[in-house]
Design a protein around this ligand. Sequence first.
Ligand code: FAD
Length: 705
Amino acid sequence: MVKESNVDVLIVGAGPAGLMAANWFARTGVNYRIIDKRSSEIFAGQADGLQCRTLEVFQSFGFGDRALKEANHMLEISFWEPNADGGLYRSARIADSIPGISRFQQVVLHQGRIEAWFTDAIRKWTGGRGKVERPVLPVSLEIDESKVEDPSAYPVSVMLKTLSENASLPEQFGAKVANGLFRQFEGDQEKYYKDGPSEDGDLELVHAKYVLGCDGAHSWVRKQLGIEMEGESTDYVWGVLDSVPITDFPDIRNRCAIHSLDSGSIMVIPREQGLVRLYIQLRETPRDPNTKAATELDGNKGKEAQVLEKGRVDRSKITPEVILSNARKILHPYKLDITDVKWYTAYQIGQRVSPAFHKFNRVFISGDACHTHSPKAGQGMNVSMMDTFNLGWKIAHVLKGLATRDILATYESERLQVARDLIAFDHKFSRLFSGKPALPGAVSKGEGVSLDEFHAVFEKGNEFASGTIVDYNNSLLVDKASGQPAASADGTPVSISPLATKVLIGRRFDSAKVVNQSDAHPWHLCDRALSDGRWRIINFCGAFKTHVALNNELLWLGQYLASDASFIKKYTPPGAKVDSVIEVLTVHASKRVETEWDDFPLAFRPRDAIGRMDYWKIYADDESFHEGHGHAYEKYGIDPAVGAFVVLRPDGYVAQVEPLGADGVKNMAKFFDGFMIAQTMPSRRMDDEIETYGADSYGRPLLAV
Ligand code: FAD
């Protein structure tokens, strides 16, 4: 008898995408399982760059400090170009992360450490449960279409097979040096499936409400859904080597983009513990003529087939020595030796994106399973984690009965666009990096890649690569109509409210420093709006001590929030804390020392059943004793004499900007009505209150508290 079980979410694949999803589910208390076919975590190599937005997200889960302590901080990029004598010169230096774009700058560290922070966080949230089950892989997947719209059903059935330790050992442990070749080219996927199911004892039939395919570029889950990637392979082959260099090249501890005249290009990435990663274009690579089968396996046609006429790269012939000898030619006349080789790999750039990210919004694919591209821009791991960062809280909302299944459609509508933008960026970037450079004057004659264009794409690319300018489209979860169409600094169409002129609706909310009203502690506002599954309304109530109208609005809002009309109460399950679904944080612009906490109605600083007050909900935009003034209102473009409500999604993206007062409250209530499920009945709306109790001279309902 095959064992059978039910689970709310089954995650296939415990790379960065799968672990981010598991982390959300662990944090929000969702019943999930996560499996991986590999018998152990990775210990070296693979991805290494953590972008600004990813660090903000890590901070919001409570382990941003680990990245800052353990990783190498990469602050500068140097560009090196060929001169006419065949030498190299440094043509420019710029900041690696654009100054002011985030409170964090890019850091680098091998992927295994990053995955370890997730597993530690998951252990903390689940008390040791929720671990990755290894070595386990799915062997069949079926969806019962008749049940997909029933929220309580388990319509996806997946047969799992537990592998033997031997079968699941990645090849990287077989060689003297850890290498990533097992993961590249055709991957190590197929060998498991050739074995086929064995003993019944190895098998388990899992019935799941949702399945996440986070199983990498050769995704088995994607293939079960019948989704074929779109895109192409290029003919550029790159080697990657992690080692400690011994060299006279002066910028070895900077990120460098080096173009040689005839020998290709190198990207230098300074890493933790004195390591340096070299990304090297391999000009001469041994090919394997026997690669047609691999083409068919990948399901790629057209361009891929042309590229493969020469055959895929013969990976067995790529060694650290081959990579090093290419590197020496590019760096000439500088000298290069290496020691402490930790990891190496080689890859052929494939730029592909999946045209769909889900089936019935029940089975989703994320990460490399739906987009692949070159690793040099440090995007794959970051974008993969951001996929499931986008999806995890939405599934949690639906499973907890807080929101309708309609919100799940926004996963594809939001992330597919990001994936397409990423491939377009990578296309341009790789071509410029891999092409032969033009010497000054040669571009006009159509010879070689313009290095000026390369610098421009690089600088612009850094903004994109930071992950901070992702702009989600109008949807159930982003009310762009609460702002007005405008153009961002680079001309991209965006939505901005005149009430908060530097807050872009649909983008992540950037952090500013504010001071706690009760104990003078300076905080980054985003550190008070953590990723815990809750929505936030930031009540920028302005300089209410000196503006009577603002004070009036504040007192009314306090009454409203305490009344049965409150839409926040409507979406809060009976018996749960009043801030457990939507939390109100207040940031005022009056002088902190001239303000007392009882200037704020109790709704803004609630007490629990035994009288303990929450002192961490009211902040001043004011000078702190030791860390200066955060100028939050200025940073967000909010007038302290007018104020605004800013609604943040559980993932920290700006959903709505509204005016203070009853109109703003009505608009927020309408927004949440679009997808949230009422928890408390009977709920009263503001219009009911007006009908029952009448309105004041501002047209606001007189509330029964
Ligand atoms: P993966 O990391 O591939 O994880 C997939 C997981 O699923 C694996 O653990 C695998 O064992 C498991 N799995 C696969 N199939 C099955 C199955 N059928 N059943 C069960 N489990 C399965 N990205 C960056 O952001 N920054 C960088 O600096 C960077 N540098 C890179 C350098 C190199 C040399 C390479 C090769 C990649 C680099 N990347 C970088 C890309 C990055 O590694 C990937 O984009 C990222 O790992 C994708 O994460 P993922 O979770 O989607 O997939």
